[in-house]
Design a protein around this ligand. Structure first.
Ligand code: FAD
Length: 227
């Protein structure tokens, strides 16, 4: 575990989520595996919250996708500007992508952060396999990484199924990720698949049961739940 100072290089807004890119002051990024998280620390107060890393280990900076909730820590993060410094401690977390070639990814909202780290890693390393992503958001405009995921989908790297709970659009699913929805896209035989999920605890727990019922081995369902 390392603790380092990072400088914020770029902030981008998508709906109520901010994407932060930050570089290590000493030029050496912390070492982690796709799926892990770190503590982001306010250097003035020592206060911190855990955040999943959205960038892959191959990049020389860290990226985070953080929903601005107006809570204690997100209000602090919301006030940060490019050039400001924060501290990062990590990595932490048992949900880690280790090169598996048959994967089902599931994300809701900012739950995409650890999942896109895995997909970017798959892309960087040219890992060939069968990859599916089910990604739920309220609307298309609030969907973080929409264009990047559309591109990965078009290139055939991962089959991406976007679903929107608050709008119906042609070519996209509507409503929460359900058993019926996943069965529509996945092969019948799921015994060799690994599942990585991140989103609200309620969603990941109900989908865990569904995937196990559909034949995914219990030990192959990995998830992180927050919110
Ligand atoms: C392992 C892990 C990884 C995480 N990664 C991310 C990430 O990549 N991106 C991200 O945005 N968050 C992530 N979180 C959540 C994050 O750590 C904070 O809990 C969140 O940013 C709220 O902090 P806050 O101090 O602003 O809110 P608080 O002041 O603690 O709470 C403010 C209010 O917001 C509510 N609230 C808190 N969290 C949520 C939520 N997620 N959705 C809706 N309401 C909420 C609380 O119930 C409360 O009413 C992660 C959490 C864990 C445990």
């Amino acid at each position: 575990m390392e603790r380092k100072i990072y400088a914020i290089k770029k902030i981008e807004k998508v709906g109520d989520t901010k994407i932060f890119r930050m570089e290590p002051k000493d030029g050496r990024n912390i070492q982690f595996r796709p799926g892990q998280f770190v503590k982001i620390i306010n250097p003035e107060t020592g206060e911190f919250r855990p955040y999943s890393i959205a960038s892959p280990p191959e990049w020389n900076f860290l990226e985070f996708a953080i929903r601005m909730l107006g809570g204690k820590f997100t209000s602090y993060l919301d006030g940060l500007k490019e050039g400001d410094k924060i501290e990062v401690e990590g990595p932490l977390g048992h949900v880690q992508y280790g090169g598996e070639r048959k994967c089902i990814f599931v994300a809701a909202g900012t739950g995409i952060a650890p999942i896109i780290s895995m997909l970017r890693h798959v892309n960087e390393k040219n890992i060939e396999g069968e990859f599916y992503l089910f990604y739920s958001n309220k609307t298309k405009n609030e969907t973080v990484y929409f264009e990047e995921l559309e591109r990965m989908n078009a290139e055939g790297k991962v089959k991406v199924v976007f679903t929107f709970t608050r709008e119906e659009l042609p070519g996209f699913e509507h409503g929460r990720i359900s058993e019926e929805m996943v069965k529509k896209y996945l092969p019948a035989e799921l015994g060799e698949f690994k599942v990585f999920m991140c989103g609200k605890m309620e969603m990941v727990l109900s989908l865990k049961e569904i995937f196990e019922k559909l034949g995914v081995k219990k030990e192959n369902v990995k998830f992180e739940g927050w919110g």
